[in-house]
Design a protein around this ligand. Structure first.
Ligand code: PLP
Length: 393
């Protein structure tokens, strides 16, 4: 079988996975891997979750796709579920994180343009990641993703993440929106301080701009609250979602409150697939499981457990310099090339990925058990011992 027809957009590991169950992936030779990548924070309920299989099966026998020119009960139900007890009142469904970002950028632009012709600037954060389309790249704060694709869209001002003075300096009345990841994922698992997010809210109110949280990686229960705003106690006008929202089935959402909910009107925005009944039925099953106080408390507890175990490893291995993260969005900073660890992990059938320049990221499914975390730590310890041996050679 030739793999050469797949475009060279990823440096893939030499493995083809054919089956998954819970935290495990199986290759063509039935070799079993522990997966702490979860499709990059997507498989929130693990691989081939019974909840998801049931939803797909049942909905596929009813109706899978209609057009957004008509209502479906599944889209209505999911929008209600997302808004319930949440402070949000309106939802636009998309198919991916990038599309959620693009839609949110359009909401900000229209919001600004309807006030005056200069109000079209967007503030975004250094070190952020928002996706690969030209709009999303334009507000992404890492040059490595942008360099081959200039020019970016105009009107984007970068501020330093977690630096209140820098945010204040970036602001004026021409700003229509501010995009922040409450916890930067690709940038290296960096949590915003509550003070920074509160100041962003305050400045948006003062300058009549919309505050947008990119919760594509850190939302949908990943840090132990369904929406990140509940961890930080700051209400944005718009939240961008995807990844864990569908647990493996592609779906994203733009969730809004107050005036932000009334910006988009007939003909302003659209999507063919976004919010189709199959995606919404799966997401409803996933969301009902996750948006539950007990489940979310468990995520926090297991996240603390994982961090505690990683801190014990920090005591043993000098090259681990920091353990960080919230809930089950966890990372370790290392003083060696991170791929030395991820490649050794792969050899030991352990899947983990890097983030930023010097961080290893751990993204188990949200329903991972403590026993499975123990198993992971046991194998990861062996990996680190091998890395240490290789370093000493
Ligand atoms: C914070 C954040 N925003 C946006 C995106 C883009 O999402 P997608 O790849 O679904 O388009 C990602 C993907 O990694 C992300 O982590």
């Amino acid at each position: 079988m030739s793999k050469s027809n797949l475009m060279n957009s990823y440096k893939r590991y030499p493995v083809t996975f054919v089956k998954g169950e819970g935290i495990y992936l199986y290759d063509e030779n039935n070799e079993k891997y522990i997966d702490f990548v979860s499709g990059v924070a997507v498989n929130a309920l693990g691989h081939c979750s019974p909840v998801i299989k049931k939803a797909i099966q049942e909905q596929s026998e009813k109706v899978m796709h209609i057009s957004n020119y008509y209502y479906s009960n599944e889209a209505i139900d999911l929008s209600e579920l997302l808004c319930k007890d949440s402070d949000f009142d309106s939802v636009f469904f998309t198919n991916s994180g990038t599309e959620s970002i693009e839609g949110a950028m359009k909401i900000c632009r229209k919001y600004g343009n309807s006030q005056n012709t200069n109000k079209n600037k967007i503030i975004s954060m250094k070190n952020s990641f928002h996706g690969r389309s030209l709009g999303a790249l334009s507000i992404t704060g890492r040059e490595v993703y942008k360099t081959p694709f200039y020019p970016m869209i105009p009107g984007v001002i970068e501020a330093e993440f977690n630096n209140i003075e820098s945010l204040e300096n970036a602001f004026n009345d021409d700003v229509c929106g501010v995009f922040i990841e409450p916890v930067q994922g690709e940038g290296g698992i960096n949590a915003a301080t509550p003070e920074f997010l509160k100041k962003a809210r305050e400045l948006c109110d003062k300058h009549n701009a919309l505050l947008v949280f990119d919760e594509i990686q850190c939302g949908a229960g990943r840090i132990g609250t369904y929406f990140c705003k509940d961890t930080f106690d700051v209400l944005p006008d718009v939240v961008c979602m995807a990844k864990g929202l569908g647990g493996g089935f592609p779906i994203g959402a733009i969730v809004t409150t107050g005036t932000a909910s009334n910006v988009i009107t007939y003909g302003n925005h659209g999507t063919t697939y976004g919010g189709n009944p199959l995606a919404c039925a799966v997401s409803k099953a996933v969301t009902s499981t996750i948006k539950n106080a007990e489940f979310l408390n468990d995520v926090k507890e297991k996240g603390n457990y994982l961090k505690e175990k990683l801190s014990q490893l920090q005591d043993k291995f000098d090259f681990i310099t920091k353990v960080k993260g919230l809930g089950l969005l966890v990372g370790i900073e290392v003083s060696i090339t991170p791929s030395l660890i991820t490649n050794e992990a792969f050899k030991n059938k352990l899947l983990i990925i890097t983030a930023g320049e010097n961080v290893i990221r751990f993204l188990p499914p949200l329903n991972v058990t403590k026993e499975e975390i123990d198993l992971f730590i046991e194998r990861f310890t062996e990996v680190l011992k091998n890395v240490q041996l290789n370093l000493n050679k």
